[in-house]
Design a protein. Structure first.
Lengths: 460, 129, 486
């Protein structure tokens, strides 16, 4: 049996020591009527070799495309060293560092991660990760509401230009506690938050304002104005940002006069592959004064009994295994391995490397915008400054366009009509540093082809 | 053997109460601080906040536990001990003295459901394994 | 020098091979007020420095690959290497989650088949793979129970029952769903107190959260009666699958009467623990709760797979992640299940239980106190050090720390809170008899040490990169972020 090492002799000796005659007796406390689990529908086991063949076949089906989709998950070059080191057995198969002395590798790494992420956000503290960007936002909202608990507020202002899946996830999680989201519209021309509308939506039940940067459309928001406004209203500001972008753009701790209260988002751009959707990780940073309401694990530096520096999980009394019903969150397992990879990635890239990559992404996106908008039938939708991604309107059904492009081995972007019907046939298209000028020209060429009704020269 | 001063009153949830003129001074007992271990953090209520009898009014935290403090009688907080916020160890070192937590003006003068030292000793004894 | 990566940093050093070679234009289309002017505190190091630093850090960890790791309730079984390699195939690893369905059929086939396997092993009718950890699975399950009662206009039910032995995530998840938690005591035999349960159940009961076998390491013998009591009162049963390794292939939660179940793929299905995650906590449900399962889920129509969304499932509790959950973990669990197959999965619980009972028998014979000596161990069991605490003045913590010196990761100690000075020991099925014997011998020797030289325990560990750490100082003087000395 795979991975079970027992020989017949082993089993014999062990049964003898226990004092029973057959394995089945181990289950004699379980009512007889329950002990007949049939595993219908589970195929027989196969070898690693056979499994390899099957998986390579399936992987082939999903691979080999030139990808221009962003929309919350971004393709970046990941240095080989990142995953070679992160998948070392000592990182890959370690568990939660509850026995600190036996986990100094993971604990020190997380401390380094906390330092890097807090600094990237220009805030004072970071946790050791949450599941992903969307659930991190939900936790940030619950945290803001807790911080304000005396006033029992239940609403949060959320721009419609925030990632729709983030919005849906936050809604699914916070509405269990009867908390609500108030949608804030965006301006049709710039793509930015409609500030006048925002001011009208403010009321006494609002605990926080969510500020994306860039927003889902790739558009850059007036973060200083929004942050200062939130502070004036006496509500918390929650930034949702792309951490790669923060090496180039002003980070949330520096927005407005005093910075935001909480920053969160998706850590995937920092060394995590697209991987069909996960695992990624959520990051959350805040001010030191809010640290006791911050969910998730936190690593702190201390000393051992010889005075030597060491690292431990700290402030655990906030967490579920101690505080139980009164915990800041129910989170236990987080995304440890992803944080490991991300920390190695950030160390390899360094502050200038990360900035270089971010700047090159922006350059490619600019190039792409110029190429695509020069095609008849393609126009840029928003006029505001952008980072990384743009929304283009095309004079053909977007779904059909994507399918045509896919036949030509190109993933042309993400269709927005279903979520934003007011935008019509639009595509959200992203270019990262992994795309070359030739790649962009290829996209433009095929886009033009499809719009002009030309069939593929050779079927795919 | 935990220290249970005779002249104080107690609750089942390990608070002690001392009458100081018309106010009540409240803290946690020696037994409680021993069970919790080294205290690292204290959260005290705001002055002028009111609580029902048995309602949570404060939190003390050690590395291995966090315990709610229950206001023993209905009343209003008139004073809190800032010293323990700065220095939670005071509660471990001197739970009945420097480690006091809050002072409350009770809404009515009849303290009900409070235990005397002997009754509290029995509570502590029954918790020992 | 404590050897942080920041301390190895030198201005001007960088890993040139990782920088794109293209020259950069200015970002003059972005307003200056939106650009960053300072530099984040990321290290400036060479590639070799980074590789050496993190490789050396890894060597300071205990891990399954290097040590026996009998952490109760965590199921630290072998994480197959082949599984990782196949999950890293280009077609999966470079695949964008928002690709068209027709370009995602490979991954979706794996996800669909895992859904079917999980339904089969639990005896349930529907599966959703998106919850990203056990705790999120719990949240989903309780939210589904809530949605069920709401749909029937049964609005009085605001309580969830939880045994006092339950893992902390249970009450925390219930509260996150807006419920009040009502604790049910456990009897001396390790079973839930049925009389107390009957007294607590009523029109306010939305449901009960149970683990079976429980966190005490024993099977809840009266589970069918409990199910009846709860269902008769109009409540539903939630199964916490943390201990599923004990009954996988032998008993199905669906047959026990549970309405919704979460499984921990990072426990039962051998996906890597990664130093604290990622996990995956899929939920499976019976007919009653099917409509409320979270989305997205995979459906099969003929030979094609497609994603089910809110449009297909209008009563869903909604979306729990930006994409479809921890896809790579789902893939790894699927690969593990395919390697084991039907017979392999059935053997898991047999050998996990064999190993636990053997180790228990050896320790009992050596004079250790089992918390429930009259009961069979499930895949794990509890030894209590309360006698040794009294006679030798040592604690379970001291024993745990000394075990580290013997090259064994300590068992779980932080719960269940019910048993004082407890060690919750789960060997798993992938360990040999020799390892179990070595562990038992180590514990025996540690007790001998306690009699002769208790300092060895009290000051343990002695042989690790650090000695016992001051966690009181860590909490009192918060140092959560490195700051270079001014």
């Amino acid at each position: 049996m795979p991975f079970i090492p027992h020989t017949e002799q082993d089993v014999k000796e062990m049964l003898e020591t226990i004092g029973i005659r057959k394995l089945d007796s181990l289950f004699d406390e379980i009512p007889e009527s329950l002990r007949h689990a049939s595993l219908e529908g589970v195929p027989p086991g196969i070898s690693e070799m056979e499994l390899g063949r099957l998986m390579r076949e399936r992987a082939q089906k999903d691979g080999n495309m030139l990808c221009f989709i962003g929309a919350g998950a971004y393709e970046h070059h990941i240095p080989a060293a990142v995953w070679e080191v992160a998948t070392r057995g000592e990182f890959y198969t370690a568990y939660t560092p509850y026995q600190a002395e036996a986990s100094q590798g993971s604990l020190q790494l997380i401390y380094e991660y906390q330092t890097m992420m807090a600094s990237l956000m220009s805030l004072e503290v970071s946790n050791a990760s949450l599941y992903d960007g969307a659930s991190a936002l939900a936790e940030a909202i619950l945290m803001a509401i807790r911080l304000d608990s005396k006033k029992h507020k239940t609403s949060v202002l959320m721009p419609r230009s925030l990632h729709p899946h983030y919005r849906d996830t936050a809604k699914a999680i916070i509405r269990q506690k009867h908390d609500k989201i108030i949608d804030v519209p965006y301006l049709k021309d710039t793509g930015k938050v409609d500030f006048a509308a925002l001011q009208k939506l403010m009321n006494d039940d609002v605990a926080a304002l969510v500020i994306p940067q860039p927003n889902f459309f790739g558009v850059l928001e007036d973060v200083d104005q929004l942050t200062d406004w939130a502070r004036e209203q006496g509500i918390f500001s929650i930034a949702v940002v792309n951490p790669m972008a923060m090496s180039l753009l002003k980070p949330p701790g520096q927005w407005g006069k005093e910075g935001v209260d909480i920053a969160c988002g998706e850590g995937q751009p920092l060394g995590i592959p697209l991987a069909s959707g996960g695992p990624y990780y959520g990051f959350l940073c805040t001010r030191k004064s809010h640290v006791r309401q911050m969910p998730g694990r936190i690593v702190g530096r201390t000393v051992d009994m010889d005075g030597k520096p060491g690292y431990v999980l700290t402030l655990q009394a906030r967490e579920q295994h101690i505080r139980r019903a009164k915990a800041t969150s129910n989170i236990c397992t987080n995304q440890g391995l992803m944080v490991t990879a991300s920390t190695i990635y950030m160390s390899l890239m360094g502050p200038q490397g990360l900035r270089h990559v971010a700047a090159l992404c922006h350059q490619r996106a600019r190039e792409m915008k110029m190429e695509l908008t020069s095609i008849p039938g393609v126009e840029a939708v928003f006029t505001a400054p952008f980072f990384h991604e743009i929304v283009v309107k095309i004079n053909k059904p977007a779904d059909q366009m994507l399918r045509e492009l896919a036949r030509r081995h190109i993933q042309g972007g993400y269709a927005l009509k279903e979520i934003y019907p007011e935008l019509g046939d639009c595509l959200l298209i992203c270019a990262t540093e992994t795309k070359t000028t030739e790649d962009i020209k290829l996209l433009a060429h095929h886009l033009r082809d499809v719009l002009e009704g030309r069939k593929l020269a050779c079927p795919a | 053997m935990s220290n249970i001063p005779q002249k104080l009153q107690y609750t089942k949830t390990h608070e002690w109460i001392r009458q100081d003129d018309e106010l009540l001074t409240i803290g946690i007992t020696d037994h409680a601080q021993t069970m919790l271990g080294d205290l690292v953090y204290v959260e005290l209520p705001e002055i002028e906040s009111s609580f029902d009898g048995g309602q949570e009014c404060a939190v003390v935290e050690s590395v291995k536990a966090a315990a709610d403090i229950y206001c023993p009688v209905p009343g209003e907080v008139v004073e809190v001990n800032d010293a323990v916020i700065e220095n939670p160890q005071l509660i471990n070192q001197d739970p009945y003295g420097k480690g006091w937590l809050i002072r409350v003006r009770p809404h009515d003068q009849k303290g009900s459901g409070l235990l005397n030292a002997d009754e509290y000793s029995k509570v502590v004894a029954s918790e020992a394994h | 020098m404590s050897g942080l990566i920041f301390e190895k940093s030198r201005t001007g050093r960088f890993a040139k091979a990782q920088w794109p070679t293209q020259k950069l234009d200015a970002c003059d289309d972005i307003p200056a007020s939106l650009l960053r002017t300072d530099r984040p505190n990321l290290p400036e190091t060479s590639e070799l420095q980074v590789v050496r630093h993190y490789t050396n850090l890894s060597k300071k960890n205990f891990s399954i690959d290097t040590h026996f790791y009998p952490l109760g309730s965590c199921t630290m079984k072998y994480n197959p290497r082949g599984v990782n390699r196949l999950a890293f195939l280009d077609g999966f690893i470079q695949h964008h989650p928002l690709s068209l369905e027709e370009n995602s059929q490979g991954f979706m086939a794996c996800a669909y088949e895992l859904q079917e396997i999980l339904k089969s092993v639990t005896g349930m009718k529907g599966a959703a793979l998106s919850p990203m950890a056990g705790a999120q699975g719990e949240f989903a399950g309780v939210a589904m129970i809530h949605a069920y009662h709401l749909a029937r206009n049964d609005l009085e039910r605001d309580e969830i029952l939880v045994p006092d032995a339950a893992h902390g995530t249970n009450p925390a998840s219930a509260v996150q769903c807006g419920y009040k938690v009502r604790e049910i005591p456990t009897g001396p035999d390790g079973n839930v107190d049925i009389e107390a349960l009957k007294a607590a159940v009523g029109p306010k009961t939305a449901g009960i959260m149970l683990t079976n076998p429980s966190t005490l390491g024993v099977f809840e013998e009266k589970i069918q009666e409990i199910a009846k009591i709860i269902h008769q009162a109009g409540g539903l049963l939630y199964y916490d699958g943390a201990n599923f390794n004990a009954i996988l292939g032998k008993v199905r939660p669906g047959d026990m009467g549970f309405d919704v179940v979460h499984l921990n793929l990072h426990k039962t299905f051998a996906t890597p623990h990664g130093g604290g995650g990622p996990g995956s906590g899929p939920v499976v449900a019976n007919e009653r709760l099917l409509p409320y399962l979270p989305i997205p889920r995979v459906a099969k129509e003929g030979d094609t797979y497609r994603w089910l969304t809110e449009k297909d499932c209008p009563q869903t509790i909604g979306r729990l992640s930006a994409f479809m959950g921890n896809a790579g973990i789902i893939l790894r669990a699927y690969l593990y299940a395919r390697l084991l197959g039907k017979e392999g999965l059935q053997r898991v619980s047999e050998y996990a239980t064999l190993n636990a009972n053997y180790l228990l028998a050896r320790l009992k014979a050596a004079g250790f106190t089992a918390a429930y000596p009259e009961r069979r161990a499930s895949h794990e069991f509890i030894i209590t050090m309360k006698n040794e605490a009294r006679t030798l003045h040592i604690t379970a913590l001291d024993v745990a720390k000394r075990l580290l010196d013997y090259g064994f990761h300590a068992p779980t100690m932080y719960f269940p809170l019910l048993v004082p000075e407890c060690l919750l020991i789960e060997p798993t099925e992938t360990e040999t008899k020799e390892v179990l014997d070595a562990f038992a011998d180590a514990l025996i020797q540690i007790i001998e040490e306690a009699k002769k030289d208790p300092g060895l325990l009290k000051n343990a560990p002695h042989t690790l990169p650090v000695r016992r750490l001051d966690d009181v100082k860590a909490a009192r003087e918060l140092d959560l972020v490195y700051k270079a000395a001014e």
